[in-house]
Design a protein around this ligand. Structure first.
Ligand code: AMP
Ligand code: ZN
Ligand code: FE
Ligand code: FE
Length: 280
């Protein structure tokens, strides 16, 4: 059993990279992908722990991208740390920090002030601060009764404290992953399930394939049988690698490491992924 989609404190997970790998070992996984949002900051600690604990750590990044059809998540596995793509992530982190400052200012203006030092504590010393951490600080400060209320009333797109985040385009990321020697995978394609038809999702899929996409998540924590079947059909139709996992975030979400609603991810998914790198 493996899991190729998991977050650590390097982004918005609650387990440190080392704890994530230790948890993978406890769950009996032979490999775990560390796929933090827009950062490779957890790789070194995770790989070191993996060597010590005998768990194969698959280095990944979950990129937030925009495209003409909306905003999507793309996973990149085994990208070269020296690549242009990875250097672009550092720039995005810089811009994210500036966005957070503006969100604190907005919240203060509407009478919901936060202590930025406390948000940093909540996120952990290495994490990129994002809206989930801000929501948690709002809950602690008594500004809201639930995390969801923080999003619904203040932080969600269109809310009074919302600010858009600069992101790379799908083309930049898919081409960047290829140039960086990695494998690109479309994460959880039917993410806004119900809002679009299967034909609409597939049109986006075709666009990504034209840009050079290499894989699709055919396994995902929330997939039902219909969604999984659609993803497998696409993988066949477009000659894509199958990938996926739990999207584990520690205590922040109910997702369980190493499993999905339809069962675990088989080892041969990773075997096929690595085989495809070798023939690049
Ligand atoms: P950020 O990168 O700071 O824009 O935060 C993005 C994260 O916020 C997502 O990965 C979700 O975990 C969370 N999020 C975004 N929108 C919502 C929402 N409407 N309700 C709950 N969580 C959300
Ligand atoms: Zn996340
Ligand atoms: Fe995602
Ligand atoms: Fe994720």
């Amino acid at each position: 059993m493996i899991d190729l989609h998991a977050h650590s404190t390097a982004s918005d997970g609650t387990f440190s990279p080392e704890e994530l790998v230790a948890h993978a070992q406890e769950q009996g996984l032979s490999a775990v992908g560390i796929t933090d949002h827009d950062t490779i900051g957890g790789w070194d600690e995770a790989m070191e722990a993996g060597r010590r604990l005998g768990v194969e750590v698959v280095p990944g990044v979950e990129f937030s991208v925009e495209d003409e059809n909306g905003r999507f998540h793309l996973l990149g596995y085994y990208v070269d740390r020296q690549s242009h793509l990875v250097s672009q992530l550092a720039q995005l982190q810089h811009e994210r920090a500036a966005r957070n400052e503006k969100m604190y200012a907005r919240l203060a203006e509407i009478g919901k002030p936060l202590d930025p030092a406390r948000v940093r504590e909540i996120a952990g010393p290495d994490a990129q601060i994002g809206r989930p951490h801000i929501a948690q600080a709002m809950l602690e400060a008594g500004h809201v009764a639930t995390l969801q209320e923080a999003f619904d009333k203040y932080l969600a797109s269109g809310g009074p404290a919302y600010l858009p985040k600069k992101v790379l385009t799908a083309q930049q990321v898919i081409e960047g992953i290829r140039e960086a020697g990695g494998i690109s995978v479309w994460a959880h394609p039917p993410f806004d399930r119900g809002k679009r038809s299967w034909d609409d999702y597939e049109a986006i899929m075709r666009r990504f394939v034209e840009l050079g996409l290499r894989g699709v998540e055919t396994y995902y924590w929330t997939y039902n049988a219909e969604e999984a079947a659609h993803m497998r059909a696409w993988a066949k139709r477009y000659n894509l690698l199958e990938s996926g996992g739990s999207d584990f975030h520690g205590a922040r979400k109910p997702n369980q490491l190493g499993t999905t609603q339809l069962g675990p991810v088989p080892d041969d998914v990773l075997t096929a992924l690595k085989a495809r790198i070798k023939v690049l």
